[in-house]
Design a protein around this ligand. Structure first.
Ligand code: NAI
Length: 256
């Protein structure tokens, strides 16, 4: 079998649901040993069970990516249990409040930054030493179309995803000498619990989905698997000359 990630340890944060879950499953199918990390233990264990049932290798680690002591401890345990980390998918993220800037509290702002920005920083910080040691690694950061273009909603989310886009490029430049590649992925609206939760909270899910579909020239939302396949490509040697790139997966949203 020609598996693209055979025997390589890949950490996926926020892997209990949505894009992270699809990525963990897709990476395991390519032979990766996956550390499924999430604050949601019940759903995270389900991801692990699904991978194992399909013959793949995975372990669950309860982790809040915004907490440095947890990140330090979990990454140490992953290396002890599974081996040196080759791949990191900084996927855990939250949408946060959708209010105009002048109505947002500092706590609401900081909450989004702590997960979406500090989480990427901390997980990268603790994954990189073993990658440097091995002179090999691939980091994939989940930004968004909202890290490329504006819209009239979720100001802290936009700020956080813009930050992730440039954190990716800075790390790509510094770590290139160690053969560690760092790329960002920019999905359009993908049908995950994040988006369905938002749509349901408005009390008119159907209308919101119809409006969201119209924003994409392809006339639909994306599926988590359609982002996961791109992330696996970026993790694998198929993308061996790509670093500092921003890869858009948006059904044409930002082409307009
Ligand atoms: P989701 O809300 O469906 O799943 C996110 C997962 O992250 C959940 O399992 C949740 O428990 C976990 N999580 C949340 N906070 C965490 C923390 N502090 N530590 C560890 N895990 C935590 O989200 P979805 O839609 O799968 O999004 C994944 C990533 O993709 C996020 O970074 C998001 O911003 C980004 N994205 C999503 C898009 C979409 O339309 N769904 C579009 C563009 C980007």
């Amino acid at each position: 079998m020609n598996e693209k990630l055979s025997g390589r340890v890949v950490v996926v944060t926020g892997a209990a649901m949505g894009i992270g879950k699809a990525t963990a499953i897709a990476a395991a199918k390519e032979g990766a040993i996956v550390a499924v990390c999430d604050i949601n233990e019940r759903e995270g264990q389900k991801t692990v069970e699904e991978i194992r049932k399909a013959g793949g290798k995975a372990e669950f680690y309860k982790l809040d990516v915004s907490d440095e002591s947890q990140v330090r401890d979990v990454f140490e345990r992953i290396e002890r249990n599974l081996g040196d980390i080759y791949g990191l998918v900084n996927n855990a993220g939250i949408a946060g409040v959708s209010k105009p800037t002048h109505q947002i509290t500092l706590d609401e702002w900081n909450k989004v930054m702590s997960v979406n920005v500090n989480g990427v920083f901390l997980c990268t910080k603790y994954a990189v030493p073993s990658m440097i040691r091995n002179k090999k690694g691939s980091i994939v950061n989940l930004s968004s179309i909202y890290g490329l273009v504006g819209a009239q909603d979720v100001p802290p989310y936009h700020a956080s995803k813009g930050a992730v886009r440039l954190m990716t490029k800075t790390d790509a430049l510094f770590y290139a000498k160690y053969n560690i590649r760092v790329n960002s992925v920019h999905p359009g609206f993908i049908d995950t619990p994040m988006v369905s939760g938002f749509a349901e909270s408005t009390g008119n899910k159907e209308a919101i989905y119809e409006a969201l579909k119209k924003l994409h020239p392809m006339g639909r939302l994306g599926r988590p698997e359609e982002v996961a396949s791109v992330i696996v490509f970026l993790l694998s040697d198929d993308s061996s000359f790509m670093t500092g790139s921003e890869v858009v997966v948006d059904g044409g949203y930002t082409a307009q």
